[in-house]
Each structure stands twice: as C-alpha cells, then as structure tokens.
Design a protein around this ligand. Structure first.
Ligand SMILES: NC(=O)c1ccc[n+]([C@@H]2O[C@H](COP(=O)([O-])OP(=O)(O)OC[C@H]3O[C@@H](n4cnc5c(N)ncnc54)[C@H](O)[C@@H]3O)[C@@H](O)[C@H]2O)c1
Ligand SMILES: [Zn+2]
Length: 380
C-alpha cells in the first residue's frame, strides 16, 4: 500500500473494490473537506453529527469549508461520551437525518472521536437502507483506528458495540491539527493504539516511536511532521489488513492485540474515567507479551522494552497501575469469557513471537489464562 504526497496531505488509499476510499492526513486538511466532498458527490447535501466538545473546536472550520465549496449542511450535536452510543441517541440521530431531508445520494459526516464515528456511521448504515458517509476523526484513537475499516455500532445492555454494521465511509479526512485541543490523557490513550501497529506487525515502527514519541505528542509544524507520519503509518497498516480481511474472518483479528485482557479490565472499571480504552489496551498488550513469553513464544526481554516505553510516555503497563480495587479472578475470568468465543474451555488469543510479530492462537486453555492472571492480580 503506497501513500502519495500531495501538497501537505498524505493520502492513504483503502483498496476494497467498489467500496475503496482515501484517508487524507495532514495539518489543516479540514479546510479541504468541502471541495473533496463536492468532487466526490457533486450537489449532495450533508448532515454533520458531532459532540459538544468537538463542535466547540471543530464545527466552525468544518462548516466554513463546506460553505466555501457550496455544500449545504445541517448538523446535530450530541452529548460527549460513550453514553451517546445508546438506543435513545441513535434514534434521535436517525430522526434528525430524516427531518433534514437527507436523501440517498446525500451524505452524513461523522465529526468527532470514535463515539461519533460509530454512532453516525451506524445511522448512515441504516437510514434509508444506507447512506454514504465521511469520517472526520478528531481523536488520535479515531485517526489511527476507529475511522478506518467500516466497523460501526452502538451499545446494548448486553455489552459494548453489539448492535452495528460493517459500513465503509467514502472518505476519511484526518486533520492532525484538530488533535491540539484533545485532552492530553485522551491523546496518550490513543497513542497506545498507535503503538499497537508497531507491536503487531512493524518492529521498525516501534523503534521509531521509541525515538520520536515526543514529536508525535508535540503539536506538529512544517518542521516536524512526526505526528502526520505516525498517523499515516498506522492508517497504511490498518488499510492493508482491512483490504485483505474486511469482515474479520481471519487476519483482521490481529488488530485486537491486547484487547482481550484490556477489555476485561476496562469492563471491571465500569468503562469509566478510571481506565480509558487505550490505557486498558496498553495494560492488555503488556499482558499479551508476558503471557506469550510464559508460553515460550519469545524471550522476556521483549516485554521489558514494551513496558519501558509505556512507562516513559505515562501509560499504565500493569494491572497494579489501576487505581482502586479490582474484582477477583473469578469475575475477571467471567469478563474474559463473555468477551470471547470459547470452545470447550479453549480461548482464541492474539499472542506475539516478539515485537512486530503477532499471531492468532486458537487453542489457549482457559485454566492457563486463569493461573497467569491470578499471579498478576496477587502482585497488586
Ligand atoms: N469502529 C471501530 O473500529 C472502533 C475501534 C476502536 C474504538 N471504537 C470506539 O471508539 C470509541 C472511543 O473513541 P474515542 O477514544 O475517540 O472517544 P470519544 O469519541 O468519546 O472522544 C474522547 C473525548 O474527547 C473529546 N474530543 C474528541 N475530539 C476532540 C478534540 N479534537 N478536541 C477536544 N476534545 C475532543 C470527546 O468529546 C470525548 O469527550 C468507543 O466507543 C469504541 O468502542 C471503535
Ligand atoms: Zn482498541
């Protein structure tokens, strides 16, 4: 997968036949949103979905760009946070899209983080049996992960992301300058997903992050395009995997590195501010490394490097970094088993043979996971 450099923007193509699209990455690229949309869908109206925090920072720039290109827009602003991925808010978004007389051929724009991308993307998937939509991701997590690949969903009482659809956007516009207003803790949590691409398949990228992470965190400029480079590497990696396995029947599962352990701790903390998704995934990835070493897949020194990097950037790297009490091993195992397809006590895990080399391991014995986690929890 190659990226073309056009002016200040890097364009990463996602090759999915008739559902192919571009990811446009760069500082200030939101200014080109209107012209890009007009070029893709001349005469289309757009309906922007955003949240209160994002709208305060990014809505004026999005609207101005659309107006300059003569694209008519309406918008809906929902409360920030995971609670907006609810049946109620979803219904409101769908009705508002219909109220705005958005027809087939018009567009929905998701302007926000992963919550807005999942919510607006799912509304686009079902309103009028499917509208095209554009992702304008405004968190680091959304720019390197959730805006690419077409997974959309809302939450159920039974769990997160259980009601949704695969629905690819027709364009992703990732303006790295929008990340300047992101709270640092959110940026850092998204950074864990960036590291994930190095750990699962690109050892050289992990080494690059070890050397350049401060530049990725720093607001970028023409002199320093580390952030744009990092987002582009991640998008290229995700685009390649999604291009080969759009519906996660195989390889796409590698993107879940650290997520089985991570989700369990995230759920144990009630999906609250106590532990953000990316923080949970950082812990989950270190656990996946430790568990892999324990199974003899690789030397323990690799784990040390990962742990050191997370500590340096200020991410948690072990369950003992989680504040407050955690449930016992029985409850944690229930959460893990709920999250996974279990066949006769055997779990599927994403394990590693070293930095840059993740593998799908199907026959992991539940009892082995329990013994491993029990030790980890005892050390808290
Ligand atoms: N579809 C997928 O493939 C996929 C992948 C990973 C995660 N997700 C989903 O993504 C969601 C998490 O996404 P997230 O971490 O982006 O959370 P989020 O969308 O809730 O954003 C985090 C916080 O940052 C604020 N914010 C966003 N952009 C901002 C900006 N530029 N300036 C200031 N504040 C800003 C938001 O209002 C929110 O308070 C979860 O629901 C998860 O399930 C989906
Ligand atoms: Zn994740």
């Amino acid at each position: 997968m190659t990226a073309l450099v056009r002016g200040d923007a890097v364009v990463v193509p996602v090759a999915l036949g008739a559902r192919s699209y571009d990811i446009v990455i760069g500082r200030g690229v939101i200014a080109t949103l209107g012209t890009r949309i007009a070029a893709l869908r001349g005469g289309a109206k757009v309906f922007i979905v955003s949240d209160e925090n994002v709208a305060a920072h990014a809505m004026p720039a999005a609207q101005a760009a659309l107006k300059r290109a003569g694209v008519a827009s309406r918008q809906m602003i929902v409360p920030p946070g995971e609670s907006s991925k609810s049946h109620d808010v979803f219904e409101q978004v769908c009705e508002a899209i219909l109220d705005a007389q958005i027809e087939r051929g018009d567009l929905v724009i998701a302007l926000g983080g992963g919550v807005i991308g999942d919510l607006a993307g799912f509304a686009a998937a079902v309103v009028r049996r499917g509208l095209d939509y554009v992702q304008v991701p405004t968190t680091l997590l959304a720019q390197v992960d959730s805006s690419v690949g077409g997974k959309t969903a809302i939450d159920s009482r039974q769990g997160k992301n259980l009601i949704g659809a695969f629905h690819q956007p027709i364009l992703v516009v990732a303006d790295t300058a929008l990340l300047d207003t992101l709270p640092e803790r959110e940026f850092r949590a998204g950074y864990a997903e960036l590291v994930k691409y190095g750990l699962l398949g690109d050892a050289a990228f992990f080494s690059w992050l070890e050397a350049h992470w401060r530049d990725v965190f720093a607001a970028s400029s023409s002199l320093n395009s580390a952030r744009e480079h990092a987002v582009a590497v991640a998008c290229r990696a995700k685009a390649a995997i999604v291009g080969r396995d759009e519906r996660e029947t195989g390889e796409r599962a590698l993107l879940n590195l650290g997520h089985t352990f991570g989700h369990a701790f995230e759920a144990a903390c009630g999906f609250s501010d106590r532990l953000l998704h990316g923080e949970a995934i950082a812990i989950g990835m270190v656990l996946a490394f430790e568990f892999s070493a324990r199974r003899g897949l690789m030397p323990a020194t690799e784990t040390e490097r990962v742990r050191r990097h997370f500590a340096e950037v200020g991410l948690p790297a072990s369950p003992s970094d989680i504040r407050g009490t955690l449930p016992g091993i029985d409850h944690i195992m229930e959460l893990i088993i709920q999250d996974k397809k279990v066949k006769r006590g055997m779990l599927t895990f994403i394990l590693v043979r070293g930095i840059g080399s993740a593998v799908i391991e199907t026959g992991v014995d539940e009892r082995e996971v329990r013994a491993f986690l029990n030790e980890k929890l005892a050390r808290r």
